[in-house]
Design a protein around this ligand. Structure first.
Ligand code: WTA
Length: 648
């Protein structure tokens, strides 16, 4: 299987934007020869500048790299206004609700909605350039309007995924010192209404000083609590604002948004993205990786609370002037045919989802895609976690009918857009490999000293040159930014970005991602730090020690496996299990619930007191222990834990 190579469908490749490996190499060579010239060409061609930039890349204050210095632009102009003449009546957002309700929002309508929203933010709430606005929203078009309205007036949005708990929301609001929270009463999932607003109420109930107002979009009109003076009804207010709002002149380097993500310490990091570099690469990758053409209907199933939703539901597709599908529901409801039915009904041409969803859809209905007309689909994408060859094959053969190209896209919240991915009309694919860096991206698999990792061995996946859409800093913590991502590898002369992932290169240069090398677990393509989980569990008084690791899971990719040491070994274990999951739900959200919890007498620690997580990972997987255990404080504990795990 690993040796099999899949070539692009020649019929499709002949008209593709990048249609051969020669063309790929040409672009890559151009970038290597004249890096700034390469990016200048695209920045000039793709972006509508209000004022030209004076320098392409400023490396003087590395790793705080700057792109397109002094350039002025506005992302909402890039995504809306400049399309109006040609595409005013074309659908910009194709919304499908959980219950099957469909709405087509044209570019013209999008413009009106966003302009009104921008005026509302400015005039009603006094939101100005640089203010932070937190969005805690379901997947409804108003979420996109809110993002673009912030971009229009220069406010920095920070979206918090709707599955995060009140505590997690509160931490993010406080860290960003947000002035306004935009939310909805709730939305619909699996045929039923659910609520979001109570979570916001709880988050704001105590200890948040910065928030002056809450703007509430009515989606399901369920009864919610209303705080007089603080809460405002979007639906009642919006129509009174004008459909014209001059876009703010933004500097290339002005922050566009913050998005919090997990790292190896307990506190989530506010990843800060820029204006020009981000939108340029969002648009370019949208066009190249999905081989975007006129008339396409693009569907990315992510939630806007994650980077994939930012770049490939809102900013990338709209900057590229295509039709983007936004879906409120889940692809397995009411049955395993929902996604395929939507693809047929809307004539979707590119479908982009996570391997977890592919495995689930495969399991729930392997033949289900055959019942629908999926013939318009040209590109099928995956993101967020490694895709295993059986899932890849089913996606390719059954969903793609052996004709669509599969793009396994590797990237991160911090990279802003795709970094390593096949080009659908050019790259011969080896299933399970993200293949090659995109043109202009200098990705290398290296050792700590910067030397290339030998073929077939695991090394650190690094990006050795800055790229336009890279993270600019961690909000409020530039030191952490430097420490988290830039080692002091001298070989490249400049600080080099380390992704936190391991990878392997084969003899033909194909890159395969081998997973995180830090203490981050990837559950269904979502990053969760073990430290975050452990610090939540620590709140339970009866727990003495907890150590959390990822364990392979046949649907979710990785599941959460917790080792717990109780203060009193005779305590009621079932009750504590429940308590652990309750506290995780309260502190983080349902995505952090443990799949397995085992009670152990102790956890293996080095003599300096560091928990040996690698050992715990091997034990959870049921692997034989190959690591040296002689340096442990108490080596006998390993046998004991192994026995407990084996006996379940
Ligand atoms: C993992 C999601 C294997 C990786 C866009 C990375 C992947 C983390 C892939 C980023 C892929 C993402 N193959 N692993 N194609 N894509 N990952 O920030 O570990 O939510 O570091 O961004 O997901 O997750 P994030």
């Amino acid at each position: 299987m690993q040796k099999e190579i899949y070539y692009p469908n020649p019929e499709f490749a002949k008209d593709a934007r990048i249609n051969s490996m020669e063309q790929y190499h040409q672009l890559m060579d151009e970038a290597k020869r004249d890096y700034e010239g390469y990016w200048k060409k695209f920045a000039d061609e793709k972006i509508e500048w209000y004022k030209p930039y004076s320098k392409v890349l400023d490396e003087s204050n590395a790793p705080f790299y700057k792109w397109f210095t002094d350039g002025k632009l506005n992302v909402s102009n890039q995504c809306i206004d400049r399309h109006l003449e040609k595409r005013g009546d074309q659908t910009a957002i194709l919304f499908e609700g959980d219950r099957g309700d469909v709405e087509h929002i044209s570019y013209k309508e999008l413009s009106e909605r966003v302009n009104r929203f921008a005026n509302l933010l400015k005039e009603k709430f006094g939101i100005k350039k640089g203010d932070r606005v937190v969005l805690y929203m379901p997947m409804i078009p108003e979420a996109a309007y809110a993002m673009l309205a912030c971009a229009r007036i220069g406010a920095i949005h920070s979206i918090v995924f709707g599955g995060f708990s009140a505590e997690a929301l509160k931490d993010r609001i406080i860290d960003a010192e947000a002035k306004l929270v935009i939310t909805a009463d709730g939305a619909y999932r699996k045929g039923k209404p659910y609520l979001l607003k109570p979570v916001v109420d709880q988050a704001l109930s105590d200890g948040v000083d910065s928030v002056e107002a809450v703007l509430v979009v009515q989606r399901n009109r369920e009864e919610i609590n209303w705080v007089e003076g603080r809460d405002h009804n979007y639906n009642e207010l919006i129509e009174s604002f004008s459909t014209k709002c001059e876009p703010e002149m933004m500097d290339s380097e002005d922050p566009l948004f913050l998005l919090y993500t997990s790292g190896s310490t307990g506190k989530p990091k506010g990843v800060q993205h820029s204006t020009a570099g981000y939108i340029l690469w969002a648009q370019m990758t949208m066009e190249w990786v999905f081989d975007l053409r006129e008339g396409d209907v693009f569907w990315c199933t992510a939630d806007i609370g994650w980077i994939t939703g930012h770049t490939y539901i809102v900013y990338g597709p709209l900057a590229a002037g295509t039709t983007t599908v936004m879906f409120e529901g889940v692809v397995t409801y009411p049955d395993a045919g929902r996604a395929w039915k939507m693809i047929e009904q809307h004539g979707i041409t590119q479908f982009y989802t996570a391997p977890t969803a592919i495995r689930l859809l495969h399991k729930m209905g392997a033949d289900e895609p055959k019942k629908y007309d999926l013939s318009k689909v040209r590109v099928l994408g995956t993101v967020g976690e490694p895709i295993d060859p059986p899932a890849w094959k089913w996606y390719y053969e059954v969903v793609g009918r052996g004709k669509a190209s599969i793009v396994d896209t590797w990237w991160q919240t911090e990279t802003g857009g795709h970094m390593i991915s096949p080009l659908p009309g050019a790259t011969p694919i080896k299933p399970g490999s993200a293949t090659f860096p995109l043109p202009g991206i200098m990705a290398e698999v290296i050792e700590c000293d910067g030397s290339p990792t030998p073929v077939g061995e695991k090394g650190f996946l690094c990006i050795t040159k800055p790229w336009p859409s890279m993270i600019r800093t961690i909000w409020g913590d530039p030191e952490r930014f430097k420490k988290s991502y830039f080692g002091d590898c001298k070989k490249y002369g400049k600080p080099v970005y380390f992704s936190g992932d391991g990878a392997m290169v084969d003899e033909e240069g194909y890159i395969t991602i081998t997973g995180r090398t830090d203490d981050v677990i990837n559950v269904s393509g979502h990053r969760i730090g073990t430290a975050e989980i452990e610090s939540a569990i620590k709140k339970i008084d009866r727990v003495a020690v907890s150590a959390v690791v990822g364990k392979p899971h046949n649907i979710k990719g990785e599941g959460i496996f917790a080792y717990i040491v109780l203060k009193d070994a005779n305590d009621d274990k079932e009750a504590i299990k429940e308590e652990i999951n309750a506290v995780l739900k309260q502190e983080i959200g349902a995505i952090a619930l443990c799949d397995e919890i085992v009670f152990v007498p102790d956890v293996p620690k080095t003599r300096s007191g560091k928990i040996m997580r690698r050992l715990l990972r091997s034990i959870a997987k049921g692997e034989p222990i190959t690591q040296d255990t002689s340096t442990l404080e108490d080596p006998t504990v390993v046998d004991e834990i192994q026995k407990i795990v084996k006996e379940g």
